[in-house]
Design a protein around this ligand. Structure first.
Ligand SMILES: Cc1ncc(COP(=O)(O)O)c(C=O)c1O
Length: 485
């Protein structure tokens, strides 16, 4: 194994005096000072620096370290985020036309994989918790019932932990699927930090999933876009995955990003346990400081004991889900106040909650500041509360509603106020979390249209496939009758 890290090797090379007659165009001699710290370490696949697509040297070594640390059969560094791991992973495990079981609260990249690979999605609806309004864990019994009803399912994909930190019982779910010969791919984009200490739950790699995708950049000290895909189970084909990665991932992977992954792996190898232990203690102290809040709810960090009955198999305590309904605020209002008065930027806000993401890099001072802000907000006066948004009903199959070549049907734009009762031809989502509130083919009920209108009015930004919801939504029309489907 290489003793010197990729980052050190890049720094040494930058000072070696070598004259670069190759990419990148900045030649480590950029006239723009802002580029200076990055350009110094930014090279291409020159001698000694290996090649991500077909690694045999320092990158292979780094990926082997990662596999050993996570306990996978093989791990791949990703520089296009979890998105490219999800696209490649799904394609490596399916053929066009296959049925795929997917949790309805999957990230939009899973929907895009369905579109690109012409798959037929069978949705699994997670339960929604009445108190928080968020999706609960995926139940193994629900997976079993669905694969019995759809015996042609070839792959199952689910998210654990979710954006909000909800964990599913991956060991039981993979056992159910494997008994039926179906591989499991877990979108663990939000869980790269799991399994390094007894203070946090274990991750999907050691729980029996076949392919696991993680965004290192979301929860570990690593640069934005860095991620990993782990091949774990026998049902996954590592060579097929490598081939798909060469399609979905850039052919010019950034050495800055790969050095960041390599350094993150080395840090966890050497100090992972003690770093997570100290972080766990800081979270305990934050928990103590927040105890006694009554109008602000803190979910995730603290377990109340009724989580299982409410449909949550497990929680990742690094996520602070801040419920603000009782304090008379919507999530976006909470986010705005945290930003304006206390200069604290939350990860996201929706409906009646905001999400504070913590990591092992958060200091004690940062947690103190968060606690002080939450105590101050507890005393603010009330405003009206947003209604929870219901789940849409299915109208047309996704691919049919998305495609432009639907026989006898057209796509027509319509203002949101007139959208009730129409079949959507677009995705609508908030980013974050990027989980579609409606997908092409689902019906926009009057309650959904009204819920979106209110959300927009109260500062929630809604996005849609074609240029944003405020420009009007595309819906599917039956041309012959002039009616919406
Ligand atoms: C659940 C989930 N999966 C996948 C992704 C995509 O991850 P990345 O941004 O690393 O491509 C996200 C991004 O927010 C996500 O929330």
């Amino acid at each position: 194994m290489e003793m010197v890290s990729l980052a050190e090797k890049l720094l040494q090379y930058g000072q070696s005096g070598a004259c670069p007659m190759h990419m990148p165009g900045h030649k480590r001699n950029s006239p723009f000072s802002w580029m200076e710290p990055f350009a110094r370490m930014d090279v291409t696949e020159i001698d000694g620096f290996d090649n991500l697509h077909g690694a045999e040297g320092i990158l292979k070594d780094g990926m082997e370290r990662m596999a050993l640390l996570w306990g996978s059969r093989r791990s791949f560094f990703l520089v296009n985020g979890s998105t490219c791991g999800i696209l490649a992973g799904i394609r490596s495990l399916t053929r066009p036309g296959d049925e795929i079981l997917m949790a309805r609260n999957c990230h939009k990249s899973v929907y895009h994989a369905v579109e690109v690979n012409q798959l037929k999605p069978v949705y699994l609806m997670p339960g929604v918790d009445g108190e928080t309004g968020i999706a609960g864990s995926i139940r193994p019994e629900a997976v079993e019932a669905l694969i019995k009803a759809h015996p042609k399912i070839r792959l199952a994909v689910l998210t654990s932990p979710t954006y909000e930190g909800v964990i599913s019982d991956i060991a039981s779910i993979s056992a159910v699927l494997h008994r039926n010969g179906i591989p499991l791919m877990v979108d663990e984009a939000h869980g790269a930090h799991l399994g390094f200490s007894s203070r946090f739950p274990g991750g999907a790699v050691r729980a029996g999933a076949d392919v696991v995708v993680q965004s290192l950049h979301k929860t570990l000290p690593s640069l934005t876009q860095t991620a990993a895909v782990h091949v774990c189970g026998e049902r996954a084909d590592e060579e097929a995955l490598a081939r798909e990665l060469s399609i979905f991932e850039t052919s010019s992977p950034s050495y800055l990003l790969m050095a960041s992954i390599d350094s993150c792996v080395r840090l966890l190898e050497e100090q992972g346990e003690e770093l997570f232990e100290a972080y766990g203690k800081r979270l305990d102290r934050l928990d103590q400081r927040l105890s006694g809040l009554s109008r602000i709810d803190i979910w995730g960090l603290r377990q109340r004991g009724d989580e299982r009955e409410r449909g949550f198999w497990g929680w990742d305590r690094s996520k602070l889900l801040i419920g603000c309904r009782k304090a008379g605020m919507t999530g976006p209002e909470l986010m705005k106040r945290m930003r304006g008065r206390y200069q604290i930027e939350l990860e996201m806000a929706l409906g009646g909650y905001g999400l504070a993401m913590t990591s092992l890099c958060d200091t004690e001072e940062a947690f103190d500041r968060l606690a002080e802000a939450l105590w101050a907000l507890e005393r603010l006066p009330s405003e009206g509360i947003l209604p929870a948004i219901e789940r849409p009903a299915a109208g047309l199959p996704l691919r049919e509603a998305f495609s432009w070549e639907v026989k006898g049907k057209a796509k027509t734009p319509i203002a949101l106020k007139s959208a009730a009762g129409r079949t959507s031809a677009e995705y609508v989502w908030c980013y974050p979390p990027g989980i579609p509130m409606i997908v092409p083919g689902e019906v926009i009920s009057p309650e959904i249209a009204e819920g979106w209108r209110e959300m927009e009015e109260r500062g929630v930004e809604l996005s849609s496939t074609y240029g944003g919801i405020s420009k009007g939504l595309l819906y599917v029309t039956d041309e012959r009758e002039g009616n919406s489907c």
